[in-house]
Ligand binder design. Structure first.
Ligand SMILES: [Zn+2]
Ligand SMILES: [Zn+2]
Length: 219
């Protein structure tokens, strides 16, 4: 089931460890992350319920390479699949440890068509997303920032009252702290994370609280 967040924006909450999937409907149709493969039926069913067929999806943006975010990517034949190079290389190598495919019992390595570049702007009118490079949870983690709409799609970098884990292969707590400092300066009112609920409210306070839990180690 999708929940509608605004006119052109929907969220699919996975009922298990799978990631949230965001659908942006503009001049093109884009997904942000695709959950686990075991959610394929539920996800495509939800898309059909809002009138979107698999072949209608033009673009898939990945926040990072973990298996719980790439599981259904291959289901969308016409979509351009994009990811930051540092993570995409691991998908290309079928790296089961880096992508946590071994932990999550999945064997999906979708073809990535092009690499997301730091500060690149992706136009999905009426959305305009800037790629914010936020390594730490993985080496190729990114957030997508819509300055006009004041939205931040944060993947597993930031959640409400928490940040992503850094104990997995490719993780770095110090890098994550630096990334959180960087996104603290962005102006957004809505956090659209990779897991958990969409959170509206004071985002600076949220990031400060998260940083406090890591205080003393880096500053
Ligand atoms: Zn995740
Ligand atoms: Zn992750």
């Amino acid at each position: 089931m999708f929940e509608q967040l605004e006119k052109n924006l929907f969220v699919f909450y996975s009922s298990n460890m799978g990631s949230n999937v965001y659908v942006l409907i503009g001049k093109t149709i884009a997904l942000i992350d695709t959950s686990l493969k075991v959610n394929a039926f539920e996800l495509t069913d939800a898309l059909h319920s809002i009138g979107i067929k698999e072949s209608d999806v033009d673009l898939i943006l990945h926040t990072h390479a973990h298996a719980d975010h790439i599981g259904c990517t291959a289901l969308f034949p016409k979509a351009e699949k994009r990811m930051h190079k540092s993570d995409a290389k691991k998908v290309e190598l079928h790296d089961a440890r880096y992508t946590c495919s071994n932990l999550l019992n999945q064997n999906e390595y979708p073809k990535i068509d092009s690499y997301l570049k730091k500060d690149e702007i992706i136009e999905i009118k009426p959305f305009s997303l800037r790629v914010v490079y936020t390594p730490g949870h993985t080496q190729g983690s990114v957030c997508f920032y819509d300055e006009n709409k004041r939205l931040l799609f944060s993947g597993d970098t930031l959640f409400e009252k928490a940040c992503g884990r850094t104990d997995l292969l490719g993780g770095s707590e110090q890098q994550l702290v630096e990334s959180l400092f960087n996104i603290q300066y962005l102006k957004f009112d809505t956090l659209l994370p990779g897991h958990g609920v969409v959170f509206k409210g004071n985002q600076q306070e949220n990031i400060e609280a998260v940083l406090k839990t890591l205080q003393g180690k880096y500053y």
